[in-house]
Design a protein around this ligand. Structure first.
Ligand SMILES: Cc1ncc(COP(=O)(O)O)c(C=O)c1O
Length: 359
């Protein structure tokens, strides 16, 4: 079976974790600080604040940006639920705007129609590793005095017009879940150039403490451990290598599969570096594909089988929307393995299987 994801943990990550375990300093400490510095440098951001997950990074980012009860947050319905859940955590209302059918990212042309007096922020996702149209989105944010937040959970190292994701908007959030382009087990990171937001984010992640045992605002325990940070420091050094392998794998798949008229291979924007967190094609008759790939021993994923507003939770809360492109994509997308652990043999097996699909 060729798995859809396969985290790469080697001896150097293991040795660094063992050192932390031996040090006795297990919770947030010097390793977290070192990881934050390295991540801020890598993303060309002034500040980086580590958290316990990508979800808590989004939660903290919205709180630090002052988004709360009664506010509206414009976002994409075609993402992992955490993107929109973060708005719910802070008492805000997620407002879903349809996607561009080629990139699967929020369609900037449709954002302005969704802005109301209550809109406070736009949360964009760089889905599958491809940056959203940030120039257009930042212009809308600026014209309407909205905070723009990147959900970069799937796009560590991606470039937009030569600039790194994580430095393209007011705030960005990353995830280090094991399937992501780099991992810390569980973990997250906030990046920003805004000193006040960074300061607030640090307080919110640790019980609102200004000084030790002085709680100036309501915060949480959303801290990263030094154990996780030790893995992250090593993984970050390998990110370019991992991403380049993902890109090579994706190029090889596309070279071979783009001639087939029964699948649509991924579109890559001009002047962008798509880091292929997922290699996602469109197919008709997805159920048949899934059964077929299972039989061929090829892992796959469906990201995501329904727009977020069609989740039972969102229906119950009455956050409906009408996003035909997200609906269509959620019926047709199918992700094939592209991770850096694939061998040439694996890639050829995937290509063979797709070529021999009984149309
Ligand atoms: C787009 C997106 N946002 C947010 C998250 C949440 O990250 P985490 O699982 O680290 O909480 C994920 C991944 O799981 C994601 O893919």
């Amino acid at each position: 079976m060729i798995p859809i994801a396969s985290p790469i943990i080697e001896d150097d990550e293991i040795q660094e974790v063992v050192k932390v375990l031996r040090s006795g300093f297990l919770a947030q400490g010097p390793k977290v600080e070192e990881f934050e510095k390295a991540f801020a440098d890598y993303t060309n951001s002034r500040y980086a604040v580590a958290t316990s997950s990508g979800t808590t990074a989004l939660h903290v980012a919205l709180l630090a940006a002052g988004v709360g009860k009664g506010d509206e947050v414009i976002t994409t319905p075609f993402s992992f639920a955490a993107t929109a859940n973060a708005a719910l955590y802070v008492g805000a209302r997620p407002v879903f705007v349809d996607i561009d059918p080629q990139t699967y990212n929020i369609n900037p042309e449709k954002i302005e129609d969704a802005i109301t007096r209550d809109t406070k922020a736009i949360v964009v996702v760089h889905l599958y590793g491809q940056p959203a149209e940030m120039d257009h989105i930042n212009d809308i944010g600026e014209d309407n005095e909205l905070i723009v937040i990147e959900d970069a959970a799937q796009a560590h190292g991606a470039l937009y017009h030569g600039r790194k994701v994580g430095s393209l908007a007011d705030i960005a959030c990353f995830s280090f879940y094991p399937t992501k382009n780099i991992t810390t087990g569980e973990g997250g990171m906030i990046t920003t150039d805004d000193e006040d937001i960074a300061h607030l984010a640090r307080m919110i992640r640790s019980h609102g403490e200004g000084a030790r045992y002085e709680h100036v605002l309501l915060g949480y325990n959303f801290r990263m451990t030094d154990i996780a940070a030790a893995i992250g420091i090593v993984q970050l050094k390998k990110l370019e290598k991992f991403n380049n392998r993902r890109i090579k794998n994706a190029e090889y798949l596309t070279e071979n599969l783009e001639v087939l008229d029964y699948i649509k291979t991924p579109y890559v924007m001009d002047d962008a570096k798509h880091v292929f967190h997922q290699y996602t094609v469109r197919v008709k008759n997805r159920e048949k594909w899934m059964e077929y790939l299972r039989g061929e021993g090829i892992g796959f994923g469906v990201y995501y089988p329904r727009p977020i507003y069609r989740q039972p939770l969102y229906k119950d809360l009455g956050f409906g929307a009408s996003c035909p492109e997200a609906e269509k994509a959620s019926r047709e997308v199918l992700s094939l393995p592209v991770h850096p652990n694939l061998t040439m043999d694996d890639l050829d097996r995937i290509i063979d299987a797709v070529e021999n699909f009984p149309v």
